[in-house]
Design a protein around this ligand. Sequence first.
Ligand code: PFF
Length: 451
Amino acid sequence: MARGSWATRTGFILAAAGSAVGLGNIWGFPTRVGQGGGAAFVAIYLGCILLICLPIMVGEFAIGRRTQLSPVRSFALLRPGTRWWVVGAVGVLAGGGILSFYCVIAGWTVAYAWFALTGRLAGEQLAAGAFFADFTSNGAASVGLALLVLVATAGVLLGGVRGGIERVTKAMMPVLVALLVLLAARAATLPGAAEGLAYYLRPDPSSLLDASVYNAALGQAFFSLSLGMGTMLTYGSYLSRQTGIAGAALWIVLLDTAIALLAGFIIFPAGFSLSGFDPGSSGPGLIFAVLPRLFATLPGGGLFGTAFFVLLALAALTSAISLMEVPVAHFIDAHGWSRTRAVITVTLGVFALAIPSALGNGAVPLLTSVPGVGMDFLTLMATAWNDFALPVGGFLTAVFIGWAWRVDRALEELVREQAWFPAPRAWGFLVRWVCPAAIGAIIVWTFASFI
Ligand code: PFF
């Protein structure tokens, strides 16, 4: 992908939505709703999306479209001679860090597509949800699958087949949504579904006072929308000045949020229909334990399962591409590397970091036994990058726009060519005051309640 511009507005929206919609929606969101105690998490998540993430997404697009550069150089160009470029640098690291565990989970979805196709997800094998634990205890398989995902991602970035990605994404999204709606309808009719829906939709007031729920919801919102690390900034840098930003951002946020919510409407009713289901203790295996059993209740469940996991793997691929593009674009833009050199270096580095995540879930219980931490390496990575690096990146981006670049200059970029931009003053207020204050408060509160 040489630096260029998106062919069409729809192409841009789809590519950005392809980055946003991924494992975060279908794997991450239900997992975190389960860990965060259900509906309270959902309510806080929606608040974060609306008041914090949507304004920041608009801001990232504006910076990128203004500078037409990758993150580090964007910040440096808008505030020369300052240290603001560090915000972009953190994003480059986050891209690699997130991809290192993302490719492991994406690898599992590839394996599950294969299992569904070959009928291994049917029948007794699934008893007691031991199948997932069994599968992930084979560290070598997880490592191999992660490598496969990384190589596929690198292949796309090397070949620069943006046209191909756009075409895949365009065909994939409607099918994915249709499949999700169908599965949600089936899940709602299972015995025990009502209990699942209540868990998902009726907030438990005590969780509304828990700092860790706010922190997890905030991190999840940033992760799901690919924000806080310069991904949307980079995608914005491929925008032409004629493309309006506000409408595009609204579409992306709506689509991403709708798909995450739909995933919850599948997992919780289906999960609660299983005996002995505890949404909080399933961890990263939640969807892998619940979904196959849902497929088993459907006629032609094997095919459904295959289609579902193939689509999920493709959704993960379009996100992985955007994750890898941030460090790759950086090495090209800022260090003058060739695309090939950048892609190969980043792939090798990320793979090295992926190994402990792939092994940690089974064979090497790195941190599972540390009292008070109780996390495997994959969960540690997910927590560190999603819950801290991305919100801090978002905080700094908002402070940058509100106080360094300044709202009036950002607005000048946003309303260029008479673009549709409702409520500019409200946007400025959110970016300048609400985003930094809310993110800052949640992070400080989280640390305070740790100690
Ligand atoms: N938004 C992606 C998902 O929800 O799966 C993950 C992701 C992609 C996060 C790109 C961050 C990013 F820059």
